[in-house]
Design a protein around this ligand. Structure first.
Ligand code: UDX
Ligand code: ADP
Length: 466
């Protein structure tokens, strides 16, 4: 079965780039990405490619090449479902904020709404692909809704978790380490559906990198991969605190352990904490699943990764307060970076949010500069925490469009995101315009200690005890 029409529900950080790359690599497939959010779809359709709703290196070029040819963005969800042979579900699955499993379980209401809409609209057999990260056994829930509320047409459910990382999404999609497809290969129809999706990826991914498993292994593999990656960050961050006490340097430790081929050198950068839409959500989800099976020791083990991450963020703001003579009240502190990592405008779970909230509670005045994050987003992130009124947030925190302006008259600079441009600033000029002593708290370890100390800064780097 050769798929010629695809619909993707959800035009976000996963759906947008994934479908753009499928459209580019498979010119014979017509791909329509739909969303209930009209302004998001309008942004995907905007003539000015700088106005795409998400920033990803290389994405605008692909959208330019494919949009209007075989890649379409629309709010007409029913039409796109009706016309598609294969439907990807890429809607958000945030942590529940209410009811049973509040603060831990994934909220599946958006997924269920999609399933019901597909069931209502579909008049021909469809293959439905779960792209969003989901709790194990969600596929069977989707199948039950589709089979019981549909128009009698047949559905095959596949799990095809996304492993792209933001900031490198296009490269990750073009050259994936692996593509994982879970399906019910015990039936002929299931096997046909799996092969249909294999057929799409094999247009550009070598066959030996396309793994097929049962649906539940595929769903659990996604949670496991993210839990392992997050655990690595929490592990190195735990060691960073020991480094600071002992005089060791976490960069040297990372290099030394990373050369052991069993450990490997990637994902060993100490930081102010991990953020992003996946790590925390997926681990909480894993913890919830473990608890629901009575596996309390397993749950406690994984929960520690989150506890360590929260500690790292709090420790960073505590250090700023104690270094600035135990008070930051009324002092200007400059944040360079707000995004959860470089090369993205995404701020979900960004450590900057918690660090800012802690410092605002100490009545600091914060100036933020981020090359890609909007003022609107920054205030929305703070308002979501509900720690103080929106007016108080706006009075205490200002967003600047120029980094030098943001640093002017500041008592301290905190590096929250590892944007490359920060390395090349004129740090002498920054220093001259700051209050003295001028402090830098480098939460990403990207600046050069020697150069900054020669200029006159008091420089603190995460994980460095010297
Ligand atoms: C992650 C997974 O990598 C990806 O496979 C999955 O599909 C989604 O979740 P993402 O959250 O986009 O991707 O970015 P990632 O590069 O994994 O970084 C997550 C967080 O960990 C960021 O805040 C990053 O700054 C932090 N991090 C990462 C570190 O602090 N140190 C590291 O060494 C690596
Ligand atoms: P992700 O990082 O998983 O892609 P995003 O929040 O960036 O998450 O994107 C998810 C998108 O799914 C949002 O743009 C949201 O409007 C959209 N969405 C959620 N529910 C539905 C639905 N029932 N139908 C269509 N789109 C939906």
């Amino acid at each position: 079965m050769k798929i010629k029409t695809i619909c993707c529900i959800g035009a976000g950080y996963v759906g947008g780039p994934t479908m753009a790359v499928i459209a580019k690599q498979c010119p014979y497939i017509e791909v329509t990405v739909v969303d209930i959010n009209e302004s998001r779809i309008a942004a995907w359709n905007s003539k000015n490619l700088d106005e795409l709703p998400i920033f990803e290196p290389g994405l605008a070029d692909i959208v330019k090449e494919t949009r209007g040819k075989n890649l379409f963005f629309s709010t007409d969800i029913d039409k796109a479902i009706d016309e598609a042979e294969m439907i990807f579900i890429s809607v958000n699955t945030p942590t529940k904020t209410y009811g049973k499993g509040k603060g831990m379980a994934a909220d599946l209401k958006y997924i269920e709404l999609c399933a019901r809409q597909i069931a209502k609209v579909a008049k021909q057999d469809k293959i439905v692909v779960e792209k969003s990260t989901l709790p194990v056994r969600t596929a069977s829930a989707i199948k039950s809704i589709l089979d019981n509320t549909g128009n009698g047409v047949k559905f095959q459910i596949l799990s095809n978790p996304e492993f792209l990382a933001e900031g490198t999404a296009v490269q990750d999609l073009l050259n994936p380490d692996r593509v994982l497809i879970g399906g019910d290969t015990s039936t002929k129809e299931g096997e046909i559906a799996v092969q249909a999706l294999v057929g799409i990826y094999s247009n550009w991914v070598p066959k030996d990198k396309i793994l097929t498993t049962n649906v539940w292994s595929s769903e659990l593999s996604k949670l496991t991969a993210n839990a392992f990656l997050a655990q690595r960050v929490s592990s190195i961050n735990a060691m960073s605190e020991i480094c600071e006490k002992t005089g060791a340097d976490i960069k040297e430790v990372s290099k030394a352990i990373g050369m052991d081929s069993r450990i490997g050198s990637k994902f060993l950068n100490a930081s102010v904490g991990f953020g992003g839409s996946c790590f925390q959500k997926d681990i909480l989800n894993l913890v919830y699943i473990a608890k629901s099976y009575g596996l309390n020791k397993v749950a406690d083990y994984w929960e520690q990764v989150i506890i360590m991450n929260d500690h790292q963020k709090n420790r960073f703001s505590d250090n700023i307060v104690s270094t600035l003579y135990n008070t930051v009240s009324g002092k200007k502190i400059t944040f360079l970076g707000w995004a959860f990592k470089k090369d993205t405008n995404d701020t979900r779970e960004s450590p900057a949010i918690k660090v800012a909230d802690n410092l605002l509670s100490e009545q600091a005045k914060i100036a933020v500069f981020d090359p890609k994050v909007t003022e609107e987003r920054i205030y929305a992130d703070l308002e979501y925490l509900n720690s103080r009124s929106p007016k108080e947030n706006k009075d205490l925190l200002k967003v600047c469009l120029d980094p030098y302006e943001a640093c002017k008259e500041s008592h301290a600079i905190a590096i929250l995101t590892e944007w490359d441009e920060f390395k090349n600033y004129n740090w002498k000029q920054v220093y001259d315009n700051m209050q003295k002593p001028a402090f830098i708290f480098d939460g990403r370890g990207i600046l050069d200690k020697k150069t900054l100390e020669e200029i006159g800064f008091t420089y603190y780097k995460i994980g460095s005890g010297n």
